[in-house]
Design a protein around this ligand. Structure first.
Ligand SMILES: Cc1cc2nc3c(=O)[nH]c(=O)nc-3n(C[C@H](O)[C@H](O)[C@H](O)COP(=O)(O)OP(=O)(O)OC[C@H]3O[C@@H](n4cnc5c(N)ncnc54)[C@H](O)[C@@H]3O)c2cc1C
Length: 308
């Protein structure tokens, strides 16, 4: 119950100022967002890939208000790709992008986001890797899927994310599975109304399994974005039943959450990709992590109290 309350409160400017300025925040944020600059994140990329993990890199930021910020977002990804080039990691380090950060919510946003994301997708392809379009709130998804389809005409490996909590997703999954796409399935992290999304955990989990079956039986490449132990073992079973080999699907988890499980799955021979966020505009990403597990919030509040 607390999760939606945290997500709703996180939209307030006052809350943003309070959380961002709290003296203890940075220490807690580091657990989920382990760097602010490319220089800080490169050693972490090397450490994680050295441990046999693969990565998807997210330069944090969303809710931008000017086209200049969208251009800056594009440039931040281009800089990262440029710095990754000599490491020759190929698909072991891919990118995740939020189209809102590329201008999707601004006037003319659909075209602007496409124009900003295209060079990132092309630059990533140039170093032998791919980009996945994250899924944001439900009002942005028609635009996201249209951009995904457009980008795939030139770079078919471009991936996208679908959210099990939305009623529409079973149909989206059928379309994407038939088109042979790379698709990350997640439960969904935004506050969505009952008109468009399941509200109960058991309903979301059941939808996740139905959608995962569609992806596993389809033509595409399923990416299982979850830390839920039950869903991870169901995914292994569904992959086995669909006759998929270990390199025909992958698991994905967030940096800072169930790190032992990342290593366990990789040691078992699974492709295990860690979603690793970095940058200065971490507020929205951080608040979603607090909302997913209210224990994180009490840890955060306790740290603030003990600091005072
Ligand atoms: C790789 C990846 C990419 C994602 N991309 C998107 C996206 O594009 N759009 C979107 O809407 N959502 C995205 N999400 C978030 C997702 O929608 C869920 O909110 C999140 O993964 C929590 O759901 P869960 O499947 O882990 O299951 P849950 O039932 O929430 O969690 C299962 C267990 O995992 C652990 N856990 C989960 N979350 C946390 C946390 N924050 N802190 C500490 N422990 C935790 C707990 O032990 C918990 O019991 C992504 C998630 C992953 C893993």
């Amino acid at each position: 119950m607390l999760g939606p309350v945290i997500l709703a409160a996180s939209r307030s400017d006052r809350m943003r100022r309070l959380i961002s300025a709290a003296p203890v925040t940075r220490q807690v944020v580091d657990r989920f967002i382990p760097g602010e600059t490319v220089d800080e994140i490169l050693p972490i990329i090397q450490e994680l890939t050295g441990d046999g993990l693969e990565l998807t890199m997210d330069v944090v930021g969303e809710d931008i208000t000017t086209p200049e910020q969208a251009t800056a977002a594009r440039d931040a990804y281009l800089e990262l790709i440029d710095r990754l080039k000599p490491l020759e990691l190929g698909t072991r380090a891919e990118m995740s992008v939020k189209l809102s950060m590329f201008g999707q919510a601004l006037p003319g946003g659909h075209e602007l986001a496409l124009a900003n994301v295209r060079p990132v997708v092309e630059a990533a392809a140039g170093i032998g890797t791919t980009v996945t379009l994250d899924a944001e709130d439900h009002t942005t998804l028609d635009s996201m899927f249209a951009i995904h389809e457009e980008l795939r005409k030139d770079v078919p490996g471009t991936g996208c994310v679908i959210q099990a909590y939305l009623f529409r997703t079973e149909e989206d999954a059928r379309r994407l599975a038939a088109s042979g796409s790379r698709v990350r399935l997640v439960k969904g992290a935004y506050k969505e109304p009952a008109e468009v999304a399941y509200q109960q955990k058991h309903e979301i989990d059941k939808a996740y399994v139905r959608i995962l079956r569609t992806l596993m039986e389809g033509e595409g490449y399923p990416m299982i974005g979850s830390h839920d132990p039950r869903l991870i073992s169901i995914a292994q079973e569904l992959a086995h039943r669909a006759g998929r080999k270990l390199d025909e699907y992958e698991f994905q988890m967030l940096y800072g959450i169930r790190g032992d499980e990342h290593l366990r799955l990789a040691a078992e021979g699974h492709r295990m990709r860690v979603y690793t966020a970095y940058g200065t505009d971490w507020y929205g990403y951080f608040m979603r992590r607090l909302a997913e597990k209210p224990a994180n919030l009490s840890f955060f509040l306790r740290s603030m109290i003990s600091h005072d």
